[in-house]
Design a protein around this ligand. Sequence first.
Ligand code: C2E
Ligand code: MG
Ligand code: MG
Ligand code: MG
Length: 289
Amino acid sequence: AAKAKGRSNYQFFEAKMNTLITQRMAMIKNLKLALERNEFILHYQPQVDLSINQLVGVEALLRWQHPEMGLLQPNNFIPLLEETGLIIPVGEWVLHTACQQCRLWREAGFPRVRISVNLSAKQFRQLQLANTVKKTLDETGMDPEHLHLEVTESLLLSNVAETISILNELNDLGVHISLDDFGTGYSSLNYLHRYPFASLKIDQSFVKSITRNSKSAAIISAIISLAHNLGLKVVAEGVEYHEQLPALLNMKCDEAQGYIFGVPLSSATCETMFKNIFNQNSKFYVRKP
Ligand code: C2E
Ligand code: MG
Ligand code: MG
Ligand code: MG
């Protein structure tokens, strides 16, 4: 009986594995078609300068309008894009779309908006990344100063010399390079000065507990001082509560991003938001509690 049970467990496992493999293959097939079917969308999340309480930019965040499953968040498909190498063409689409959108917004009378674009490790290591970025800037007529490229610490683990040279090439184009999710990975404070970062983004896991945990607060405060001493700006990610703002301001954090200021929005909704903020010339964009 034990043997029979083991066997049926195995068959069950095998059936489940087959389903997973089939689902995965279907996902990959759909992902391959998604670009030509125009199923990718960018949403944009506000970034706010804390000292003047004003919107200064937006981060472009990828979404996939799946034909059957609806709007998918990046965690559900970016790993597959990376594994299949599709992240290269999709990443180029993201860069192009984001730059074009930013240029359009600036021309439409929202002159302060800049845009942040995420680069994955695989994209970063592709040949000629700087050429691709340069080409995109030229094609879209985008001023490099208005483009922020976000990379994560995982890049800094291997091939230090190569990483520095790619980052320097990007930096020479005049774009702003930002270190994303700082504190989650292999954070070593002593490497920061070796790379041409203009800013770092403190990961939301620290920001979350800033008011509840004095040790998190101490870490954030130390990161901000160090970053400032190295000439970097600091952005706090994942700010959700009003109580977090005075703490961040006290620590002289430069900018913040999070649900408190706005969730990622479609381009049309984002534009409506810009109209409300900029046309009324309302200085206090941040909602009062
Ligand atoms: P990220 O670059 O760190 O982006 C911030 C993520 O935090 C976004 O998730 C955003 O929606 C979420 N977020 C913002 N404010 C809050 C908040 O107050 N609370 C909470 N709980 N979450 C907040 P999203 O859009 O799901 O993106 C997840 C990750 O996927 C991004 O993390 C980024 O690493 C990656 N990603 C997104 N778009 C792209 C892309 O175009 N290319 C590449 N290579 N990666 C992308
Ligand atoms: Mg990011
Ligand atoms: Mg992040
Ligand atoms: Mg992240």
